[in-house]
Design a protein around this ligand. Structure first.
Ligand code: G6P
Length: 622
């Protein structure tokens, strides 16, 4: 969702901010804007709708906006249509037209998140004579800052603090004040914001890739904390306005990890990075032939006590939880439930005494997942976060954290982070099973062996990607696709279906194969593509029968199964074979051809696969 950048230093700010916004494009947006000021001069605002390219062209790559201090924004519309007027930056004064040009205003700002009580605040400000030119909640919060700034005349930190206590919702804010040239102020609550500084500059952004070329030393401010940026200096304040000290975190990613490195898209690059993501995540969890989760605080004593596991997450991370449910029940015989975070957070939940609630999130910032975590904590439930982004809010707030080591994931549709999340779940399941005496030492050793063989098996699948590419191109104009599977294969089908629809915009659905007869089969017409996932030998025949029922009604069948199951060719029109592994780990292999299918379908349709329409990588609003 919205991306924020800020820079104050010795260099021209606009090109740096445009570059930063480019690196945040993956977050999803529909308009963009900059506010730049040159020394004491008024800020100059330029906005445009559509792709960042149009802002780049409009500003001649930033050259028409001279100045060494500025803020920038890519907007994913929530309140108000995607238009130039609603695009950020917003200003505290009155604004005519689209809001571009030199602004007289006291305060100029950008915002990511949602201000829930903006209607009430707008009414208050209207009573005090403020007028509004846009439909956004952002304009309201900027004007509220201006109101307190002018009322108490105690400076920016005081005005922002007074605003923070009045505002409900989530936000990351970056603000410039007319009377404070060369300074940027920032604050956050439940929305990502990172800060960095070098010898003569400081900067801020919604995510690390935007500033990685300038600094590796990153500061994370907490909820309701404020940062003040000056060239080469960062100051932090708490809600009382007292200065606080924060320690930087060193980012160890290679800057190249956030580049395409010769691949056409980030998504295909990240698909190819899966063997490494899996290997690195395994490496962080297994040492000396044993699973070691103690760094997260999940000692064997803690694990021995758990008798109920609940996964909660959104999107693909929820699919990982779905796979985890099958794996934990199968391997560790622990009752497990999986819930969408957006559902869990608003329903009556009955926590169990020895429950472990696991939140899975690549970004560690997803609003619903964060709310679910907080709800569980408020009920006294032990929480574990499986997170990719170090220092993210979910990682920060959970009782225990297992980091996935997928590196930066830029494509909106997750691939390598999903694969790394599966590994963390497997390691937890094996360790739980072992500690609780559900498996013996021999089975434990076998599982570890199977796990360490996964990266090479994924590489082998990737070597055959051309077949999938051909098949995806053949079905690129499909109207509907149905993914079917039973048990763990159903959880894989859910992910395959999501990949297809989010990347190629083809309607697709995943069905538990046994449910087909209860409705979906009426949608099967001549040549409807049905993709059967058949990695579980115990239910192989059952799913094959369901696929045959579709074929009898005209469907075109693709089967995804492991080498050796050649009898499937009696029914399937096209078969993709993958190497065998333990049945519990098959999602790690079967997902790869499905990711490739989604990717190549999108490419064949000429779509922007890295940034599908209307989607955002990090969903920081509910
Ligand atoms: C968005 C992304 C998905 C991701 C989901 C959850 O919808 O496009 O790829 O699975 O959010 O994100 P999280 O960061 O919590 O894993």
């Amino acid at each position: 969702m919205c991306g924020i950048v800020g820079y104050t230093g010795q260099q021209q700010a606009a090109p740096i901010l445009l570059d930063g916004l480019g690196r945040l494009e993956y977050r999803g947006y529909d308009s963009a804007g900059l506010a730049i000021r040159d020394g004491g001069a008024l800020a100059q605002v330029v906005k445009s709708t559509g792709k960042l390219r149009s802002l780049i062209e409009k500003t001649d790559e930033g050259r028409t906006l001279p100045g060494t201090c500025g803020i920038g924004h890519t907007r994913w519309a929530t309140h108000g249509e995607p238009s130039q007027t609603n695009a950020h930056p917003h200003v505290s004064g009155n604004c005519t037209g689209s809001g571009s040009g030199k602004v007289e205003s006291e305060v100029v700002g950008v915002h990511n998140g949602i201000i829930e009580n903006y209607m009430e605040l707008k009414a208050k400000l209207t009573r005090h004579g403020y007028q509004f030119y846009s439909e956004t909640d952002t304009e309201v919060v900027i004007k509220l800052v201006d109101y307190y700034y002018n009322k108490y005349k105690l400076g920016p930190v005081d005005a922002i603090n007074r605003t923070l206590v009045r505002v409900r919702g989530s936000y990351a804010l970056a603000l410039m004040f007319r009377d404070y040239p060369g300074e940027i102020y920032a604050a956050r609550k439940d929305a990502p914001l990172i800060l960095g500084a070098g010898s003569d500059f400081s900067c801020l952004a919604s995510d690390v890739p935007a500033i990685l070329n300038y600094t590796r030393s990153v500061y994370y401010i907490g909820n309701l904390e404020i940062a003040k940026l000056l060239p080469g200096e960062l100051h932090f304040f708490d809600l009382n306005g007292d200065e606080i000290t924060l320690e930087p975190t060193k980012i160890t990613w290679d800057a190249k990890a956030a580049e395409k490195n010769g691949y056409e898209h980030f998504m295909i690059k990240e698909i190819h990075e899966q063997p490494e993501a899996v290997r690195n995540t395994l490496g962080s969890l297994i040492s000396g032939g044993k699973i070691d989760l103690s760094e997260s605080g999940l000692t064997d004593e803690v694990l021995a006590d758990i008798d109920f596991v609940r996964f909660t997450a959104c999107g693909s991370a929820w699919h990982v939880g779905m796979t985890g449910q099958y794996v934990l029940e199968e391997m560790a015989a622990i009752e497990t439930r999986v819930e969408l975070a957006s559902e869990y957070r608003y329903r009556r939940v009955l926590p169990r005494g020895h429950e472990l609630l696991i939140v899975i999130s690549q970004s560690g910032e997803t609003a619903d997942s964060l709310a679910a975590l907080r709800k569980a904590k408020s009920m006294g439930v032990r929480t574990l976060a499986i997170v990719n982004v170090v220092g993210s809010t979910i990682a920060h707030e959970a009782d225990h954290v297992l980091y996935t080591h997928a590196g930066p994931e830029i494509a909106v549709a997750t691939t390598k982070a999903y694969s790394a999340q599966l590994i963390a779940v497997y390691a937890l399941a094996v360790q739980l099973a072992y500690v609780q005496g559900k498996i013996d030492g021999q089975a434990y050793g076998n599982y570890l062996e199977e796990l360490s063989a996964l990266p090479d098996k994924i590489t082998r699948i990737l070597e055959e990607k051309e077949r999938i590419q051909w098949f995806a191109a053949k079905f690129a104009s499909a109207k509907d696709i149905f993914f079917v599977g039973r048990g763990l294969d159903y959880s894989i089908s859910l992910e395959g279906s999501l990949k297809a629809k989010e990347i190629s915009y083809v309607h697709s659905e995943a069905y538990a194969a046994g449910e087909l007869k209860h409705g979906t089969i009426s949608l099967i017409e001549d040549n409807t593509l049905v993709i059967g996932v058949l990695t579980q030998s115990a239910i192989f025949e059952k799913t094959v029968s369901n696929m045959a029922e579709c074929k009898a009604r005209g469907a075109y069948l693709m089967a995804l199964t492991s080498y050796g199951n050649y009898s499937v060719e009696d029914s399937a029109d096209f078969t993709v074979y993958i190497p065998k592994s333990d049945p519990c780990f098959m999602a790690s292999l079967a997902v790869v051809p499905l990711q490739l299918f989604g990717y190549y379908s999108g490419v064949a349709r000429g779509l922007d696969v890295d940034k599908p329409r209307n989607l955002a990588k990090s969903v920081t609003v509910e």
